[in-house]
Ligand binder design. Structure first.
Ligand SMILES: [Zn+2]
Length: 216
């Protein structure tokens, strides 16, 4: 399940300039190596990926969905319903929702999840409902033989400081849910003695193993 490694973007994506991607009006992200090129370093093609779990539908997390037309897409039902709901008062959020609909497209195999889900039924990969950043945001707990538990945060917090101090970005759709989800993640880290990967914390990302290196 290579896609689980792509759940927390820094685990598989090295960012920098060259290849422009997504979010045209708000933010433009760049990769110096496409996801296809990065999978190739493992001897994989996008078509080899059977499941794609998405933390949430912001463009910087689902910009490569079109590469996986035959994969089963695992996402929270609340997230799917949200991006297909009518526009609200915040135009930035409306733009993100429109972009999300475009990038997600119409998955052939869509598995909508309500709450937590043990993906393989053996505790190795667990999706955890952590709403607040978006209505159906989810995080991912991975249990590895040597590395133990690793919690991929999605965007439950954008930085170590936000996570430690409970700071909620204004773009988040629900502040109370965001704070509750951060607390849930703190409790999980403590329960599982889990390593915690924060997608947008650059200083941490620079210390992580990136493809073709991996955690096992
Ligand atoms: Zn986000």
């Amino acid at each position: 399940m290579a896609a689980s490694g792509c759940f927390g973007t820094p685990v598989c994506l090295k960012r920098r300039s060259t290849i422009p991607a997504t979010l045209p009006k708000l933010i433009v992200y760049h990769l110096d190596k496409s996801l296809t090129e990065q999978l190739a370093t493992l001897g994989l093609k996008p078509g080899d990926v059977g499941r794609v779990a998405i933390s949430h539908t912001h463009g910087d997390h689902i910009g490569n969905m079109a590469l996986f037309p035959d994969a089963t897409v695992l996402m929270q039902r609340a997230e799917y319903n949200w991006i297909h709901s009518p526009d609200g008062p915040n135009d930035n959020v409306n733009q993100l929702m429109a972009l999300a609909r475009k990038l997600l497209g119409t998955p052939k195999r869509l598995q909508l999840i309500d709450g937590d889900a043990d993906v393989f039924g053996d505790g190795s990969v667990t999706l955890l409902a952590t709403p607040g950043h978006t209505p159906g945001h989810q995080s991912l707990l991975v249990h590895l033989r040597k590395s133990g538990f690793i919690l991929l945060s999605g965007d439950v917090a954008h930085s170590e400081e936000n996570f430690t101090r409970g700071i909620v970005p204004t773009l988040n759709t629900n502040k109370a849910d965001s704070l509750a989800s951060m607390q849930r993640v703190r409790d999980l880290i403590s329960t599982y003695q889990a390593a915690f990967f924060i997608n947008h914390q650059k200083s941490q990302a620079q210390t992580l193993k990136l493809l073709p290196a991996s955690y096992d």
